[in-house]
Design a protein around this ligand. Structure first.
Ligand code: KG4
Ligand code: ZN
Length: 495
């Protein structure tokens, strides 16, 4: 099913449905045509193949802050497929785009199905027009909904891994970004322990929330909406953030938006650099993910081009650090150890870059072979009773990771003809990654964006700003039924 703006050429198809749906009080062809032509109206049709199966229209006059739903109808044979809901979604988001703050509509008092649909979109009955529908003598209910402001005040909750993050934004403006990391608690295990992370979230949530509200200088009452990560991530950790979001929503009556963590990483850039220019390639590299995304539209068109088939890039840093006797988290330790080292001293393998891999795994990553190669190198030295050159090993390992990350990201830019690259995730703190990405992007004429580190690692502000974007686009709240999705697909921006 496709929804597009209606044209005069759709008149015949629209009238067919109009007459079958509205019998006695159907609009005439002339009325419908003038509606389609009017400069202050916006009509859409829903198509199944070539056939028009629904239409809906909105009217909004010039500078007015109010819009009206003029009509909405779905062909009798196509009911129950969510077509009405989908068209309403398009109309409400159009109304928001046009600057409306309220939407009104009239509905037959005896049309309970339509009333239910409108209620989902937050419409409430505010009045009755007696015997409005003639000749049937049926009353009209007047319904109204308020669209959230253009710059909504959103509280974002992030708990997908080992960072408890609460961020507060007003539209694109960052007001607070408070993070409590349980990293220290995992250090003795050399990696994140899910149960430990979940417990730490539970302990950190309230203090982090209070600190964020204080920093932003707002009260819970003033918040327009709550956004929360519902995946991907550790199920137990996600559940803590989701539970908190639902509890806050029930207690305060604020709507919730359940959003995708990966898309949040991309959205973080809005807080640093303004609107995410699209299309863009985005490379997310952290302890939990190594994902290469093609973002044509942040809210509706994100494609996963590839991801790691084994360890994430940050995980590789952490594991190799352990092999080298360095502490957790490994990234900064290896950065330190690599100082003064020769990145070309040892030619470590570049995962999935051989011609045969480039066919099946063009944009995928693999770091486990690299990790094993470093371990072999260390073992061999031990067997031979030789000292490894730590700086050289660290620098060569880091070079191998960075080389593959940047090469694959740039290949995607080139192959999709996109001259923008956005980096996100904790591994972006890596000095060498920044250096190589900057110089290679410069050579290739690619505009590189790297948000500040505090927005690259997991945080609540990126979730809040993604929520704010959804609200401004007219997206509906998620309700209370969503759950933690540890393997949530990146294409699902909102659950
Ligand atoms: O984004 P993040 O804070 O949390 C996850 O979602 O995982 O990323 C943490 C990861 C860790 O694996 C850590 O070793 C890595 O980012 N990292 C680095 C550096 N700083 C942190 N990796 C390479 N170089 C760094 N300087
Ligand atoms: Zn992350």
């Amino acid at each position: 099913m496709l929804i597009r703006e209606a044209t005069e050429a759709d008149l015949a198809g629209i009238m067919l449905i109009e007459r079958s749906c509205f019998l006695n009080d159907a609009w005439s062809e002339e009325v419908m045509l003038s509606e389609l032509r009017a400069p202050h109206t916006f009509y859409v049709v829903a198509l199944a193949g070539d056939e028009i199966v629904g239409y809906a229209g909105l009217s909004k006059l010039g500078q007015s802050k109010q819009a009206d739903i003029q009509t909405i109808a779905t062909a009798l044979s196509s009911r129950g497929k969510g077509i009405g809901r989908a068209m309403m979604q398009v109309l409400t988001s159009k109304a928001a785009d046009l600057g409306a703050e309220e939407i009104f509509l009239e509905v037959r008092a005896d049309n309970k199905v339509a009333q239910k649909l409108y209620e989902v979109f937050g419409f409430r009955k505010i009045g009755v027009r007696k015997k409005y529908y003639q000749p049937d003598n049926i009353d009209a209910f007047v319904m109204q909904t308020t669209l959230l402001r253009k710059d909504p005040l959103v509280l974002g909750i992030e708990s997908s891994c080992d960072e408890t993050g609460i961020g507060i934004v007003r539209g694109n403006q960052l007001l607070a970004n408070v993070i409590s990391s349980s990293m220290d608690k995992h250090a003795i295990f050399g990696g994140v322990v899910p149960e430990v992370a979940a417990r730490a979230h539970l302990e950190a949530l309230n203090p982090v929330l209070n600190e964020a509200l204080e920093k932003a200088n707002v009260s819970l009452d003033e918040i327009d909406a709550i956004a929360v990560t519902n995946g991907p991530g550790l199920a137990g950790a996600l559940m803590v953030g989701i539970g908190a979001a639902k509890a806050l929503s029930v207690a305060t009556g604020k709507p919730i938006y359940a959003v995708n963590h990966l898309v949040g990483h991309v959205a973080a850039d809005i807080l640093a650099n303004g609107k995410v220019e699209t299309p863009t390639i985005a490379l997310l590299v952290s302890g939990g993910h190594t994902s290469l995304l093609l973002v044509r539209d942040l809210l509706s068109d994100v494609t996963l081009l590839g991801e790691t088939i084994d360890d994430a890039a940050g995980e590789a840093f952490d594991k190799v650090a352990r092999v080298l006797g360095l502490s957790y988290p490994g990234g900064p330790e290896i950065d330190k150890a690599a100082m003064g080292g020769n990145p070309n001293a040892i030619r470590f393998p570049r995962g999935l870059t051989l011609p045969k891999d480039m066919l099946a795994h063009r944009y995928d990553f693999s770091f486990s072979g690299l990790k094993t190669a470093v371990a072999r190198h260390v073992e061999l030295a031990e067997i031979n009773k030789e000292q490894i050159n730590l700086a050289d090993v660290a620098a060569s390992f880091r070079e191998a990771v960075v080389d593959v990350l940047v090469a694959k990201a740039l290949a995607a830019c080139q192959e999709f003809g996109i001259n923008r690259l956005l980096l996100g995730g904790g591994v972006v703190a890596n000095a060498r990654l920044r250096e190589v990405a900057t110089s290679r992007c410069q050579e290739a004429g690619i505009d590189l964006r790297i948000p500040p580190f505090s927005l690259c690692t997991d945080n609540g502000a990126m979730i809040a700003v993604l929520g704010a974007q959804l609200i401004s686009s007219g997206a509906l709240p998620s309700g209370l039924d969503f759950s933690a999705e540890s393997t949530l697909d990146v294409r699902i921006v909102q659950s």
